[in-house]
Ligand binder design. Structure first.
Ligand SMILES: [Zn+2]
Length: 276
């Protein structure tokens, strides 16, 4: 999680998007195949790098320069052989791979011009799309989502299970920011809607890209007015407050499963655990 709070290792600067510069460095290029659903071609559990990527193609997406090389995502209809999903990616390569998944999905799902409906074409080596009919430009869309670790006045943490999740899997409250709403307002609304909790204070912690398909997770922590919970029974199936000792015991016995290590949800929970 920590890599998201320091400068990205991926150099996205516009100067790096000159086609001639890319062609000059082509023999060093790392090309990753991605299908329209955002799955990456895999080799032995890691993203597969094309050994002989051939020529630069019109649909190839330059992600940026990473560790001295240009990294590209090559969009394919279907990946041949095994694939790897975003959740299983190597965190040490998260910077270029998050961009690969997010950009490949955006190009696959947003092919037409919002102004006139014409099919757009990739531009600036995939950094945007342009309309050949009216000239409108389209940029990758990102959906902000809040995720908030709520504690009650006794400093217990609220963990809840979504109805569609496996039994025992719990996390902190999360939801999309709605149109015309601030991130903090979204925290207040989601807490009220999903678990019936009124928050007395909301403070920002950190963010993380979550290209499933195009979210930016904005992590917050917040204090609840009291220790009461009223789950909505729809999106949230169950929820409860836990002390640090209760949570450790529940996880240790297998009664609860926490979010994956790479997620900001886990980071928020660990942050609370280590503050006790
Ligand atoms: Zn157009």
């Amino acid at each position: 999680m920590n890599q998201w709070t320091t400068p990205s290792g991926l150099d996205r600067s516009a100067a790096r998007r000159v086609p001639e510069q890319l062609r000059a460095a082509w023999s060093q290029a790392v090309v990753i195949e991605v299908d329209g659903a955002g799955n990456l071609a895999a080799d032995a559990g890691a993203p597969r790098r094309l050994a002989a990527p051939g020529d630069l193609r019109d649909e190839d997406i330059l992600l940026g320069w990473y560790q001295g090389r240009p990294w590209l995502a090559r969009r394919v209809t279907a990946v041949e052989g095994p694939t790897i999903g975003w959740r299983d990616l190597d965190p040490t390569m998260a910077d270029p791979l998050a961009a690969a998944v997010a950009l490949a999905r955006w190009h696959a799902t947003s092919p037409t011009c919002e102004a006139c409906g014409t099919r757009t074409v990739p531009d600036l080596l995939g950094a945007r799309r342009s309309c050949p009919e009216c000239g409108a430009l389209a940029f990758p869309r990102i959906d902000p989502c809040v995720i908030v670790a709520i504690t009650d006045p006794a400093d217990r943490i609220l963990l809840a299970r979504q109805g569609q999740w496996a039994a025992r899997r719990v996390s902190v409250v999360a939801g999309f920011v709605e149109a015309g709403e601030s991130a903090e307002q979204a925290c207040h609304r989601e807490a009220a809607e999903e678990v019936g909790v009124r928050l007395t204070g909301v403070s920002y912690v950190a963010s993380q890209p979550w290209p499933m398909p195009r979210s930016l997770m904005l992590g917050f922590e917040a204090r609840a007015e009291d220790g009461r919970i009223d789950v909505d029974g729809d999106e949230i199936a169950e929820g409860a407050y836990y002390t640090r000792a209760d949570l450790a015991a529940a996880v240790g016995s297998g009664a609860l499963t926490l979010p994956g290590q790479a997620s900001i949800a886990r980071h928020l929970i660990e942050r609370w655990l280590s503050a006790g």
